[in-house]
Design a protein around this ligand. Structure first.
Ligand code: GDP
Length: 197
């Protein structure tokens, strides 16, 4: 799979604008500032496929061969009005609850800190909705080895269903985790191809 070939398709500000899916989708979710844009740019070898730290609340679609990559709006950004927060929640939950061909959600969590209440809310939502997901622990380069081990151990108690969840440490700085994430995307894309044969 050529990861350099991801192309921006469209941004949607309202869930109702999103057309029905005709391809398998892989979504990226996480709180604002978790490193989601940096991760997307790193995975797809681009300087600015996803805009780093853009705070506009949209769902962005990208195409990559036979799949769609879906960048969900970063949640939990403190400095916005309640009505805006409601709109975000409506967008994210509307998307995740819709009957779409959702192959997987990459749920991003900052490796340095315990998951936020919003992170846990999202993870429980994914579990309850039976949406397949993996957790990506971002900014791994910012932790020393001992801090890393301590966070990993703490996550066993902090994450719901921790023993059943795949957890991938990631760094946009060092490239740690890039190949693992690409491998997962490739597996989903190929599974979809097989289904069509
Ligand atoms: P987003 O709001 O989730 O899209 O987060 P961004 O990708 O804009 O990243 C937020 C901030 O964290 C920026 O200053 C990034 O440079 C920084 N950042 C993101 N990923 C990493 C990482 O892997 N390592 C380090 N050291 N900084 C990162």
């Amino acid at each position: 799979m050529n990861f350099n070939k991801a192309e921006f398709l469209t941004s949607y500000g309202k869930f109702g604008q999103i057309p029905e899916s005709d391809r398998t989708e892989i979504a990226f979710s996480g709180r604002s500032n978790v490193g989601k844009s940096s991760l997307i740019n790193k995975i797809f070898n681009r300087k600015s496929l996803a805009r780093v730290s853009a705070k506009t609340v949209t769902i962005n679609f990208y195409s990559l061969e036979n799949i769609h990559i879906v960048d969900l709006p970063g949640y939990g950004y403190a400095k916005v009005a309640k009505t805006e927060k409601k709109r975000w929640a409506g967008l994210i939950e509307g998307y995740l609850q819709a009957d779409r061909e959702l192959g997987l959600v990459f749920q991003l969590v900052d490796f340095r800190h315990p998951p936020t209440a919003d992170d846990i809310h999202m993870i429980n939502f994914l579990i309850d909705s039976e949406i397949p997901f993996v957790i990506v622990l971002t900014k791994a380069d910012k932790l020393k080895k001992t801090q890393r081990e301590a966070r990993m151990e703490a996550l066993q108690n902090e994450l719901p269903c921790a023993d059943q969840i795949t957890v991938i440490p990631f760094s946009a700085e060092t490239g740690e985790g890039v190949e693992e994430i690409r491998g997962i995307i490739e597996d989903i894309a190929e599974g979809d191809l097989e289904g069509d044969l």
